[in-house]
Write a new protein. Sequence first.
Lengths: 255, 359, 305, 424
Amino acid sequence: MNHLGFERKPVKIGSFDFTCCEGCQLQLANRESSLPDFLALIDVRNFREISSERHDDYDIALIEGSITRSDEIERLKAIRRQAKVLVAFGTCACFGGVNSQKNRLPEKEAEQVVYDGRPVETMPSTRIADIVRVDFSIPGCPVSKDEVERIVVSLVNRSMPNLPKYPVCVECKQRLNTCLFDLGEICLGPITRAGCDAVCPSGKTACLGCRGPAEEINFPAFMELVREHGLSPVDLTEKLGFYNAFEHIHRTDET
Amino acid sequence: MIYKVISKPEFRKFIDTLVKANTAFGPRQVDTDHHGEPVYQFMPVGSADDIAFDYTKTHSSAKHFFLPFREEISHFTFRDGDWEQQIRYEARPVVLIGLRPCDIRAVNILDDVMLHGPYPSPYYLARRKNTFIIGMDHLPLPDCFCKSMNRHTVSYGFNLFCSDIGDKFYLSINSSKAFGFLKEFETGDPTPEDDCLLIERRKLIKQSFRTDVEVTGLPCFLDIEFESPIWEKWGQRCLNCGTCAMVCPTCYCYSVEEHFDTDLKGSSRRNRLYSCNLVDFAEVAGGHNFRPKNSDRLKYRYYHHYRGFAANDNQQICVGCNRCGRACLTGINPKDVINDLRLERESCMTCVSPSRNRT
Amino acid sequence: MHDVRFTIPEQDLNREPFTTKIPDFQKKSEVMITDRGYKCRITNIVRLSAQERLFQLRIVDPLERDVFSFRPGQFLMLEVPGYGEAPISISSSTSNREFIELCIRKAGHVTSALFEAASGAMVSIRGPFGTTFPMEQMQDRNILLIAGGLGIAPLRAPLYWINDHRDRFGKVWFLYGARDPGQLFFDYQFEEWKTVSHIELHTIVEHPDANWTGRTGLITSLFDEISFDPKETWAIVCGPPVMFKFVCSHLDRIGIPMNRMFVSLERRMHCGMGKCCRCMVGATFTCLDGPVFDYWSVMNLKEAI
Amino acid sequence: MKLDCSIDIHHLTRVEGHGNIRIRVEKGKLMEACWAVVETPRFFEAMLKGMSAERVPFLTSRICGICSTSHALASIRALERAMQVTPPPAAEGVRMLAMHGETLQSHALHLFFLAAPDFADTPSVLPLLESHPDLVKAGLALKELGNEISTVTAGRCTHPVSLVVGGLAKTPGKDRLQRLLEMIGERKAALEMACDFFASLDIPRFERETEFISLHNGATYPFIGGDLVSTDGVHQDENSYLRMTNEYLTDFSTSKFTRCSRESSAAGALARFNNNSEFLHPEAKKTAERLGLRPVCHNPFTNNIAQLVECVHILHDAEALVAKLLATDMKEARVPVHKKAGSATGAVEAPRGILYHHMETDREGRIVKADCIIPTTQNNANIHYDLGALARQALKEGKNDREIEKLATMLVRSYDPCISCSVH
Ligand SMILES: Cc1cc2nc3c(=O)[nH]c(=O)nc-3n(C[C@H](O)[C@H](O)[C@H](O)COP(=O)(O)OP(=O)(O)OC[C@H]3O[C@@H](n4cnc5c(N)ncnc54)[C@H](O)[C@@H]3O)c2cc1C
Ligand code: SF4
Ligand code: SF4
Ligand code: SF4
């Protein structure tokens, strides 16, 4: 019984990975000091990476990775049928992630480079929202455990999780960083959703936008800004395309 | 106020002693930018040697020593279907060295807002009372416009203020603590020559301003210009990234967030510095946004700064440090925006017919 | 070389608290509890509709309960520990010292949490905050109460006030409009208001259902049912901004002076104390200078309503 | 003797990535023993083509969520060698520390979360929280330390942010290093108790003669760069990595296989130990002795023990490194990078074994050709052949299907395979 008078139950979670580096799942085991508390909030029903037990009665499915093969589509759809809440977990799941960089290459070329031309089954890296309905997205490459913890706590407490709507600059300035533009670099912080506590600029490397666009970003003004700072179109494409998170905005801006 | 003079080496000794006996912050070089210019911030200092006494400007203001970017304002502990609320206004004593007159004026403005209204903030008070401020004057940088805002001098709100008069500092001592500490060091009463030097110094500072922003009557203009197309123009450039508000010494808007502890045994309520420039500042439940456009939000920040609100007697709260202007990536700065506004205004005043774009 | 003589002693604020004085809510006191709330128990929950409920709160500590008083139109910050705070108008009678009633729509984070709560849950309130409807000044006048939808929430306090002091007021009309009949809350009190308090009640809905026999349309169309002397009538209008804009400009046209019409504004609020600036409308704090404004002041506010 | 057995494990659990085990014995004859990686390929080498050098480490670190630092550092090393950049010594120290952080974190994760449940016969670490709380706490304490070292040195524990070509984008603050030093001191007891636990375990007895390949520099226990050696006596310089790998494709696995002098070879903690045990910290040597680990050991199950021994080494070495860094002026930790054409290999010892990145740049510092060979790729063939040998031995010992299945999964797990990383 809590102070609001309802029973809190651990959320039944399944964690599934598709094409990715599994770095996001790994974050679930981070923040060791609060890990036992965190584990008490969840009832792990299916999580191949850490447990041999597999049950199919999870309510919440964390989906990590993007989709790059037809068998993954089927697996994902089956998970969607079971899950009450399906969460896109990490940048690959939310936007396609670094895997999407291969989308710009002709398929045969990729196979040539990596598999000496032997045919391998693959398809363009696709974010999961293009295949199934996504109830909630937790972006980040990798996701921030802090945020994940907060969201899981919200679910247990039956309240609504949310993400910051403002860009990374806010958190960056709060950490008293020197702006990377002042250091002669181009940073995607002004258009990227905050929530990572500006780790990259705090480590003095430019944000590459792994958390995707902040709400209502001023993309034209940002493009103007990077043009003034003399970023070549190739570099810009490389930056904006790094996680595939600005693809949509980038394209609409061009047309 | 008591006035003294102190030789520069002796002053350094004084600062060194103070810094070593307390948690202290002062200007420190943290980086060199791509033009080769040093970047300074108020950072922890361990001895006088850590302090860049000849610093030009810090990129961020000292505001966060009084209004931290994040702070817990209360904590709930849950037990047996009930809860308990704990509140603490604790603040450790802190020495702040090297604040400029405008920075101290900014703190005075925050005092007005946080302490002089109907609901004084105990959190702010705790920090304010536990901060020992040592101010230092400087020659204005080309883009400083605190004189336009009449915030280039300061007469209260600090413990000690130092004016550079050549070999010595001319000290304005405004607290018994500062006076007590200084007793242990070699200081002298100012001679008439020292006074002269001080007046010279003041004159020099006053004459050195290169940037002038005409703000007379601005509050009224801002009311009248609420619908001006100028805002649209500048709004189109604004990234709404909140940088200006974060570095500004007087932006104090905040939000309150509440989070459960992971063990669910408690929750903490936190203040978090926010900005009216951020997209969801005026959003309400259900998604309606009272300031939906970039221009609405940009305008609003200017409106607050140059019109002033009841919380501080409708005084302008900008002190003219131009931190926001320097930090803004797209080059939005008070001087250009205000001049633009006034230009537009003036041309309309001479117009016979009302300008277009206006209803 | 740590020389203790130069260590700045801590200003111990915890031991010389400046917030223990019992707050005087009648005027904005110099010192008041700004961050600690009154602990309340939810003693009853009435379902008004799928999205709206009436919560009855009782301050746990008898001393605090004694101290707590408010005026019609004021709001409080309702804290659901762990979830956050939301500004909510007090919807009960000022003379009811036992309970506070809040009429709440499920709108977001905090309010949704509250809807999960069971009777007996423990919450907290801060306040009351804000300006009030000038009930004393309205004495001996005719009163026109107009509510649209959930606008009845802030209107109930003045309504109770009038009931409590019915002999001090002239004629009282209450025009109440809603989207559909299910949104006309407190219909169980209609009879009492009409017969006991002699309030002339007129209701109207936009989208009638099969059982609805009353009028259909917008609230402004109720004006043709009543006639009053605009010079002797004061008005309180609560509802969504679009509604009170229409209503007030109508009242303005028929001659009620702008400073005798009162509305209650809503904005986002995080502190309730004029610090966070979330509730600013132009240069005006909704929490300190409002939420109750006369229509003249509203007209003078920068930023559209 | 047992005559038939059929094991088909679809998506082995408690490993990183997707791999299947198939063992089939009919009438006493081993028909199939197969380690099939079915992870989806991501084509990193293809994506790297045309990318500018400064962005490369950020991409390659995403090959693997567990050993991201190794990948970043392998790329950085390859690029620095290709473009003839000499990183400042302060940067080298911090990088080494970052490696230590990652190795510690990864070993702790493997030992306590993935492997320990096998020995305790539980499906996951979760029941151990109840039954062996102190052990789990010790594991968490070590993992936390590893993560903290990574965070201090590289800005974040997964996908480092401040390790860049030319040095460090940002140097760790002295106060945080100081705190690290304290943390390392505090965590020694945790490691001690982990050693006690593993000393009490029955490691399955199984041997198959194997060629172990690792870095070797003749002076220290190697983590970043050096020569390539094998227990079969092969010795090559870093750039000749292809001689050690000889990658080839099989038709049942999306990850490639490699070989050197024999049908297969192994990399990893055990390989490092077998080739370099003399350079371990004295404390680590003592631990090895106590746990009965002696070079050259051919039992793959002891890889777990070798990992533990490495943890001891790392803890002590990190302590010394931090102390050294505290005494170093770290202002100069980055040198400018003049882009030029070149090609070179960067080899580092990732937690799971030797990792090669080979990079070829053009005049603008863009990648012309990239080749990444991952430790698990190098272990795949060895796992594959080990499975066959293990099945044969188990059959001889008359083990039933369940027992064989358990042994087989334990075997694969003891390699601590990083599957999605091997299919990159
Ligand atoms: C003076 C005043 C009186 C009010 N009286 C009532 C009432 O009697 N009954 C009722 O149901 N609602 C009332 N509201 C509106 C109510 O405050 C919001 O619906 C509520 O804050 C939503 O909070 P939430 O956390 O559930 O939503 P969220 O959107 O999750 O809230 C986020 C934050 O925004 C603020 N916020 C969101 N919407 C509004 C809004 N419309 N107005 C002000 N702040 C908002 C909240 O304070 C909260 O901190 C009143 C608002 C004000 C300003
Ligand atoms: S470094 Fe990037 S995130 Fe930080 S302020 Fe500058 S642009 Fe914004
Ligand atoms: S700073 Fe940018 S790239 Fe780095 S974690 Fe944050 S959003 Fe991702
Ligand atoms: S110049 Fe800008 S940063 Fe400085 S006080 Fe004025 S508004 Fe704030």
